[in-house]
Design a binder for this molecule. Sequence first.
Ligand code: C2E
Ligand code: CA
Ligand code: CA
Length: 721
Amino acid sequence: MTVLRLQLAPQPSPVEPYAALLDGLLDSAWLVDGTSRCILAVNKAAHQMLGLKPEQMVGQAVETLVSTPEDAMFWLEAASSTAASLNSDTLMRHADGQMLWVTRRISYVALNSKAAGMASSVYGAEPAGYWLVVIRDQSRQRQSEEEREALVAELQATLESTADGILVTDLAGRMRSFNKRFASLWGIPADLLQERNDEAVQTWMRRSVLDGKIYAQRLDAIEEAPLLQSSDVITLTDGRVLERVSLPQFSRGRAVGRVYSFRDLSEKLAASQRIDELAHSDMLTGLPNRRALAERVDYAQAMARRESIPFALLSVDLDRFQQINETLGHSYGDRVLKEVAERLKSCLREVDTVARLSGDEFALLIHQADVRGAENAARRVQEAMSRPFSFDTLSFTVTCSTGIALFPGDGGTAEELMASAERAMHWVKESGRGTFHFHRPRKDVDLLSRMRLDHAMRQALQEGQFRLHFQPQIALGSGQVIGAEALIRWRDPLRGEISPGEFIPVAEESGFVVAIGEWVLRQAVEQAATWLRQGRTMPVAVNVSAMQFQQSQFVDSVAAVLKSSGLPPALLELELTESILLRDAEEALLRLQALAELGVTMSIDDFGTGYSSLGYLKRFPIQRLKIDRSFVQGLPGDSSDAAIVNAIIQMGQALRLQVIAEGVETEAQREFLLRAGCHEFQGFLFAPALDPRAFEERVWRRSPETPVRSVGMHFLGGLLV
Ligand code: C2E
Ligand code: CA
Ligand code: CA
């Protein structure tokens, strides 16, 4: 080979005419002499591809540049057969050391020996054997293929890593990809998926849902509208509930398909039902509790009004139960209470209700009962209780005192009725116990005092006797003040300080609460705006009454107040109650959406005391749940309260809502809430509602570094979520 190079180098290349031809090719091309296997000519693309100068290639033995066993075999074969050819992928080294993926094709070319000019002169008479090596650089293509593969693998991993089931279809509804969770949520047999049998999979899904017809109709509607975003709840035949969200999938600005995600809501629903159960029943006896009773009384009232049939509410309190507890111990006392619950139940019909209100205090709701019916029930109770109780070797009697209230004579609301029954029961206690007594109606007096109160309120608003106080809300983790709830205060010159718990219900009855609510809203927003002008970011929360929320101009008035004060809407939170949201859910939803568009934050006040239905929590644009004071009270000792609070916090977390607890009075309560994962609290432990001056003093003056800024940041963080 060395000899050949020496011989060839000084001569003008005999293949020069072909070199020009090679230069015209896009791919690298070498012309190789069959006998010596030396490269006779290369084109520009060839030396560019390998980063070699032409003189580093021409004259070189071809195997020094491609020296795989495959090439060696080829050249061996080529020595004896011009039919040999090679066409495959291999690796070549660039001058800079990098390996290149190439496809190279080697084929025989019978060149005109005169034109080639060299074979006869140098090698005698043998026909010239030339081989053309054409090489195409595949590195870039390989690289993009690898990148694409990596991307696909990444996407697949992303798909698999979400907790949701994902299905991607094209516009015609054909399946394009899915993840394992999708298959497992729907329980789709593996063979259907492997076969990619779209129709069978669709049929399977349709058969798995409770209402296949509606499901199919809805799916058709979704498929017909390629740009539609949808969110549905689907109940499966096995009882599970799935949420289906679908979004159009775009490519280069055009809808090309659709992504469905499925999520199992069953656990969350179970949690919300559990909250409901816990919130409405007494743990010890399993009887409905005070809250559940109030709801049933409300219902009974609606029925009684419609059908003009009275009903009775009995307050039953055990006599000297404390002695049993003290002498025999609490667990013994618990057994007695359970037995009492059973006996009371046995006195009633299925439709009636026995509730345990607290300790040894029970209540009976007797439907369709007048004076005679109520009296009969009370006698049955006395009788049932008169039988001796015997546990273990001990036998004793327990008596009870019963007060009776009748609807409508003794009260128009559940609370009033209960209060009447309890007054009558106390009267029995005072006059010797062990029997029953009817309440003596004082209804007209109550009505009169309510009318007086209403009148006084109207004057108070005109004369500016209302004030607004602010109760700090604190982040449990950092201890920073992150907001304030506005609470109305009223000092009447004659009556002294009157609690909103007393006058707000009266204002709600008369409708005057709308005027009060507007005053509070404006006052609170103006205060927050004043603070903001002073460089203090302090979101304020305002209580909204049902009647206020239902005013057709409510959203407009919120917008107007914000505009005139210049307060950023995100610094205003509206505290709504569950009943507001339930009353006219569709209308409420529209209103909430309008408020959300304004940028106002919304929370659910007194959460847990109504029907904690997950449905509305999911649908409504709310940001916060407020655990009612009555659940916080019993923390950490009361196991029922603890269970409810935990359930609410977990539900809040699952729905990505902030959870705030109100009425926190002790360090032990705060600690419990912190540990349970609650985000914020308010309560006497930190401060009661304070007038603006005292609020500033407490929040900003006392610790000058109580960072307004970090309050702002927290708040901004909330906004970003
Ligand atoms: P709410 O919205 O549940 O307000 C919380 C109540 O708990 C307030 O009573 C507050 O002072 C009290 N509180 C706060 N921390 C503690 C604590 O640690 N322990 C205890 N025991 N209580 C605490 P307040 O101010 O008497 O208000 C009673 C209710 O009156 C409010 O309950 C709300 O339903 C209504 N209300 C108050 N202000 C307004 C208002 O401006 N508009 C409307 N519509 N209702 C209002
Ligand atoms: Ca509130
Ligand atoms: Ca509350």
